[in-house]
Ligand binder design. Structure first.
Ligand code: HEC
Length: 131
């Protein structure tokens, strides 16, 4: 996927987030799911690379999202503090969880990379992709 195509997809993600203006909690309660157009193998694959690379997510959440001594599993269907919706996942990676090791933008990843990592987690936890 070219950089321009990824930019378009990210734009799509942002537009597909109905509760964004009112805050992610509203959208999470509405059970917001990603636009199907966003769940492309290419985007999920980018997210997988970020999860195991620059985002360093796997160091705490495990190579297969199974969790570890430091951090909870991200495989669903049960979650520690979020409801597992696409918006809630994005929100947590974007804002972090104050007072825990979960910081905003782990590894200093960009907004685009946050969306990609969240797409990967959503896909795996909903049985749409392998970890
Ligand atoms: C230094 C360890 C660490 C790293 C690195 C880390 N996390 Fe976390 N993460 C945590 C901890 C601890 C929690 C649980 C916070 C809480 O108590 O709600 C968490 C929670 C989460 C949750 C919410 C889980 C739930 O059930 O409430 C998501 C989603 C998440 N992390 C995604 C990511 C992603 C994506 C990355 C990489 C970009 C990442 N994390 C990197 C430690 C980490």
């Amino acid at each position: 996927m070219t950089t321009r195509a990824i930019g378009l997809v990210v734009l799509l993600v942002l537009m597909a987030r109905p509760g964004h203006a009112q805050g992610a909690d509203t959208a999470a309660k509405a059970g917001a799911a990603p636009d199907p157009a966003v769940l492309t193998p290419a985007l999920i694959d980018q997210g997988r690379k970020i999860f195991h690379g620059p985002g360093n997510c796997s160091a705490c959440h495990g190579d297969k999202l199974e969790g570890g001594p430091v951090a909870p599993s991200l495989r669903g269907p049960t979650w520690r503090h979020i409801d597992g919706s696409y918006d809630a996942i994005i929100h947590r990676v974007d804002e972090g969880m104050p007072g825990t090791a979960m910081v905003a933008h782990p590894g200093g990843i960009s907004e685009t990379q946050v969306l990609m990592a969240a797409t990967y987690i959503y896909a795996v936890s909903h049985g749409l992709a392998k970890p």
